[in-house]
Every structure is written in C-alpha cells, then in structure tokens.
Write a protein that binds this ligand. Structure first.
Ligand code: ADP
Length: 453
C-alpha cells in the first residue's frame, strides 16, 4: 500500500521523466537533422568554391601544371580532405595522399562512419568546355571541425542539464501538489477512523481548495453530527422508555401496595385510576409497536382513491369534543371547486391528520385557534395545519420527527410519547409526500404537507 502523497509523487515523476525524455529525443533528432543539413550546405558551398578556384587558375594559366592550384593543398590538409586534379582527359595532374589526413584527430565525421574514403568529382569548365576535373575526397560524407563537435556536445549537455533542472522543479512541485491532496485526505480519513471508533465529536476543519475533498470534508462532518445526534437519541430513547414504563408501573405498584396495606380503599374510583395507568402503558406499547412495524418496513398500504377534503372534514368532526373541552376554535379553509383526490391508504392518512390535529390541540392553550387549509397548485395538493399553541424551540425543531423525541417544553408537562410525528413522517414517505414545519415559541406552529400530483 502506498500513501496518496507517495503514489501521486511517483505518478507525476514518472510522467515528467517520460515527457522530458521524449522532448530530449525529439529536440536532439531535430537539431541533428538541421545541423546535418547545415553542414551539407556548407560542404556544397566549399566544393563550389574549390571548383571556382580551379576555374580561375585555368583562366589565368590556360593550362594545367604540377603546381596548378597547389595553394589549395594547405587548406585541404587543414580541413581534412584531399584534392586530386585531373586534366580534360582525366589524366592525373597532381594529387594529395589520403593517408596524410587519415590519422588526424581533430576532425570527426557527423555520421560516425570514419575510415571509408570517398571522392566526388567535379568538372572544371572554361568558356563552356570541360578543361579538367577536381576530385575531392574525404574519410566521411560530412566533415566536422572540433568547433562543430563542441557545438553539438554543448547542445546535448544543455538538453541534459535542462532535463535535470526540470526534473528537480517537477519533484518540488509534485511534493507540493501531492501534499495538497494528502494532508486533507489524511485528516478526513483520521476523522472517519475516529468516528468508526465511536468518537462522534471528532470533526475536520482542514482548509482545501479541492472541490471533491471539500465535499468529503462536509459530508464526514455531517456524518459525525448525525452519528452524534443518533447516539444522543439512542441514549435518550433508553432513558425515555424506562421513564415512560417506570412511571405507570410505580403508580400501579404504590397504589396496589397501599390497597393491600389497607391505606387506600379498594373501590371503583381507585380501580379506574389504576386502569387509566394500564391504558396509558398499553398506548405506549402500541405506539412502539406501530413504530417498530414502520422501521422494519413490514407495513403495507392499501392504495385507493381518497378525497382529501372529505377525509379532513371527517377528522375535524372527530375532534369536536376535544376542541370544545379546551374551547379551541377550528377554522377549516378549502379552496372550492378543485380536485383534491389522491391515491393512498385512507386509514394511514387519517392517522396522519389525527396525530397532527391532536398535537395542535394538545399543545394549544385554552381558547386557542387551529387552522386547517387545503389548496392545490400545479404540482401539489397542500394541507397545512396551523395552531396558536406553545410553539417549538429552534433547538427542538430539527429533531421533532425523530422517534421518541419530545420537545423540552412538552417533556415533563404534557403527556406524550414522541412517536406521533415519526409515524406521520413514515406514512407520508410511503405516500411520496413531504412534511415541513415552521414554528415560533409562544406564537404557534404550522405543519405543511405536500402531496405530489
Ligand atoms: P408527542 O406529542 O407524543 O410528544 P410527537 O412526535 O407527536 O410526540 O411530537 C414530538 C414533539 O414535537 C412534541 O413533544 C412537541 O415538543 C413537538 N410538537 C409537535 N407538534 C407540536 C405543536 N403543534 N405545537 C408545539 N409543539 C409540537
């Protein structure tokens, strides 16, 4: 296994070495070709110059002698080629010995093929007639002087130096770039390890300008928050359940003991009181059971056409006594002449409205108001249930749909199990509907359900 930093550095380095080598080879080939072209041109010009020189000599002397143009010998010797002068009948006038130049060190061939002596013959013309031939022979097709060789060497050295320099720069850049990746990823991965070890408070604050890593960082932090929250809920759940079970059990136990000891009389009134506790206990277990079914996804829904306006009216009627008891006014608004039909499970949706309406009544003070609005737009049928109740604090708001969550204000004062809204949300999810809540402490709450059309 490699670390990201090491892996990235190796990849960048290998790519750079390849790129540098390819560039070097390409530059070298191009320069060599151009250089050869240049040298061939120079040599052709030299040949032309030699021919021209002999033409001048003939023009001056009108004949060939053993010394015609012999001044050229020195230059030829120095420049490592041999000249042979022939007359118009190709008879030898004079020649240089190729062995004189064979062992000289300061000339090299461009193509590295030293040793094969080749000659080229050129005509010498005077007034349009061929008056002789000059043969130029050398031990390689193109001759290089020491300066030429040095020039080539220095170019190659330059290429090698630039390869090393660019590799050095690449190493520094690759270390920097890989650090940009590895440091935040390492940090995020450390946090995920801590989360998996149960340290749900662990978070990462590392700065990064890499979008994917930033997203990863945000999601790992969100995951941490959720795990932390779930952990709190789990702990709270255990204490809530034990509290909910312990309270009716204690009451039952105390009262029964008092009856056994003869402190309380065993009469109908006492027994009704005890029965209420048993009923409360039973309700809690029923709610837990319903929740368990939803969470095990074993619940099935019977789909049929439902007219939401009719269903809501029926639910409102069921609440008339409860509303009257707390003197709560119920205002029911329906935009008329619209189709409020949806496909769903009528019993389950009834449960949704009962839960919401019973919360509105439960959390409203005496003389409060509850509004039920039913409208529709192009995409949704919208049901909103608004009350002038105690409201929900900002801290509680994100969690009220969690199972067994009860707002701090209602926890000890108002009876409940913290399951109603979880069931509401689960049923609506089965109907592909959404629910949102807006609330202000002391002013009231509005629950809005959107059924997709
Ligand atoms: P329960 O009502 O049994 O406590 P719910 O799941 O129905 O459980 O509600 C969860 C919590 O949400 C409640 O304890 C309460 O704090 C808050 N809540 C729900 N509806 C309202 C409302 N209409 N007004 C104020 N608070 C509400």
């Amino acid at each position: 296994m490699y670390s990201i930093r090491r892996k990235l550095s190796i990849i960048i380095l290998v790519c750079s070495i390849l790129a540098a080598l390819l560039t070097a080879i390409f530059v070298n080939i191009t320069i060599s070709n151009k250089f050869s072209e240049y040298m061939v041109n120079t040599q052709n010009k030299r040949n032309d110059r030699i021919v021209q020189y002999f033409q001048e000599v003939y023009k001056r002397d009108k004949k060939w002698t053993a010394t015609s143009g012999s001044e050229m010998k020195h230059e030829a010797y120095m420049s490592n080629y041999c000249i042979t002068l022939l007359d118009s009948n190709k008879k030898l006038v004079w020649m240089m010995d190729p062995n004189d130049i064979k062992e000289k060190e300061h000339f090299k061939s461009l193509d590295g093929k030293n040793g094969v002596f080749t000659t080229n013959s050129f005509q010498i013309k005077y007034n349009g007639d061929v008056v002789g031939y000059v043969q130029i022979g050398q031990y390689s097709s193109i001759l290089l002087s020491a300066d030429d060789v040095n020039f080539k060497l220095s170019i190659n050295k330059g290429i090698i130096a630039s390869i090393f320099l660019s590799l050095l720069i690449v190493i520094i850049i690759s270390l920097y770039i890989s650090k940009q990746f590895s440091v935040p990823i390492r940090d995020v991965s450390n946090v995920s390890v801590k989360l998996s070890n149960g340290d749900y408070n662990s978070r990462t604050n590392i700065d990064t300008d890499i979008l994917e890593i930033e997203k990863l960082k945000i999601s790992i932090n969100t995951l941490g928050e959720k795990l932390n929250h779930q952990d709190l809920l789990r702990k709270r759940l255990v204490s809530d359940i034990s509290h909910e079970i312990r309270t009716p059990l204690n009451i039952l136990q105390n009262n029964l003991e008092a009856m056994i000891d003869g402190i309380f009389p065993v009469n109908t009134e006492q027994l009704i009181g005890l029965n209420d506790e048993v009923i409360r206990f039973g309700k809690l277990l029923n709610n837990l059971n319903t929740l368990k079914e939803f969470e095990a996804e074993t619940i099935s829904i019977n789909k049929e056409k439902i007219l939401l306006d009719e269903l809501l009216s029926a639910v409102c009627d069921d609440f008339s006594i409860a509303l009257k008891e707390k003197n709560i006014e119920l205002i029911y608004n329906i935009r008329p002449d619209k189709d409020y039909s949806i496909i769903g499970d009528v019993d389950k949706l009834k449960q949704v409205f009962i839960n919401l309406l019973s919360n509105s009544v439960k959390f409203s003070n005496y003389g409060g108001k509850v509004w039920i609005n039913l409208t529709r737009d192009k995409e949704n049928i919208i049901v909103s249930i608004r009350d002038t109740g105690i409201g929900i604090s900002k801290e509680d708001l994100p969690f009220i749909f969690e199972r067994l969550y009860r707002g701090d204000r209602s926890r000890n004062k108002i009876e409940g199990s913290g399951i109603g809204l979880t069931i509401v949300k689960d049923i609506l999810t089965l109907h592909s509907a959404s629910i949102t809540v807006e609330s202000e402490v002391g002013k009231g709450s509005t629950f809005t359900i959107r059924f997709m059309n």
